[in-house]
Design a protein around this ligand. Structure first.
Ligand code: AG3
Length: 288
């Protein structure tokens, strides 16, 4: 499980013995917080690697493949996203991408584990300047709240145009973030027109969890979309689920706004390619 000293490799084991791993030069940080085990490694070819409870969260080289897919499609599908909520995402990569949108007046990140923010700030080259400003409360358009996202969403009086869930997998501690009750509080806290997106795990290895989340979202949102994206470091293709409140077509994005972003992986001009999926997956979703 995890780090193999002899092989000098970190391998994440998924169900049924499927592994994804990296050759590592050394472990540079390790701690156990109230919530989870945090590890950081220096890899041979992908920069630093962030692990939470044995699962790969990101590698520095290629992290954009995940953060761009999670953030820009929904931000560009919304006509004018001004108020954004990020749940999880303590490494700062998601918020970094959100703040690249000039329409955003305020973006709030609610991360349960302060340890992730600290470790990312100290060791990762992902968003450390942003995290520094957030910690010092010097980011004019951003706010960091250390707390439980489920509780925050239930209790807040604020309303959002876009809600982004950047959590760990739909198994274990983040399970509640994939429940019907949580989707209902998200729907309630979205403005009349709004979008919700969550990462939703590996298509092939967390299929049941994915279908459960898909069915629960369909009960709550006015429209639900599925797309997958190849993410460096995960058992790709990786799933994303989008829930829409009101009259927004997630199939269409503002390509003009997208052009200014200069992205590496997600291409707003080819937005439609997000929805191309293996027949196996389409069949599963149609039957769900
Ligand atoms: N959060 C999503 C992690 C899911 C990865 N799952 C896995 N490797 N089994 C990533 C945090 C990046 N901001």
């Amino acid at each position: 499980m995890g780090y193999n000293e002899k092989e000098r490799a970190f391998i994440e084991w998924y169900p049924r013995g499927y592994g994804v791993g990296f050759k590592v030069k050394q472990r540079i940080f390790e701690t156990q917080t109230e919530y989870q085990r945090i590890e950081i490694y220096e890899t041979e070819g992908f920069g630093k690697l962030l692990i939470l409870d044995g699962t790969v969260q990101l590698v520095e080289i290629g992290e954009e493949s995940y953060h761009e897919a999670l953030v820009h499609p929904v931000m560009l599908a919304h006509p004018n996203p001004r108020r954004v909520l990020v749940i999880g995402g303590g490494d700062g990569g998601t918020l970094r991408e959100v703040l690249r949108h000039k329409t955003v007046e305020k973006a709030t990140m609610v991360e349960i584990d302060e340890g992730v923010v600290e470790a990312s700030y100290l060791y990762l080259d992902v968003a450390s300047e942003l995290l520094d400003r957030l910690i010092k409360k010097e980011e004019p358009r951003g706010e960091l709240i250390i707390g439980d996202g489920v509780r925050y969403l239930k209790e807040t009086d604020e309303r959002f145009d876009v809600i982004i869930v950047d959590s760990t997998d739909p198994v274990g501690p983040a399970k509640l973030l994939f429940s019907e009750g949580f989707y209902r509080s998200a729907y309630e806290k979205l403005n009349e027109r709004g979008l919700y997106i969550t990462q939703a795990g590996s298509v092939y290895l967390f299929t049941n969890e994915l279908l459960d989340a898909y069915r629960a979202m369909k009960k709550v949102f006015d429209r639900v979309y599925y797309f997958s994206f190849p993410v460096i470091g995960y058992a790709s293709p990786w799933s994303f689920l989008v829930g829409v409140k009101g009259d927004i077509d997630f199939g269409k994005v503002d390509v003009e706004r997208g052009r200014g972003l200069e992205l590496y992986y997600y291409d707003p001009e080819r937005h439609g390619t997000l929805f191309q999926m293996p027949k196996y997956v389409r069949d599963l979703l149609e039957r769900a």
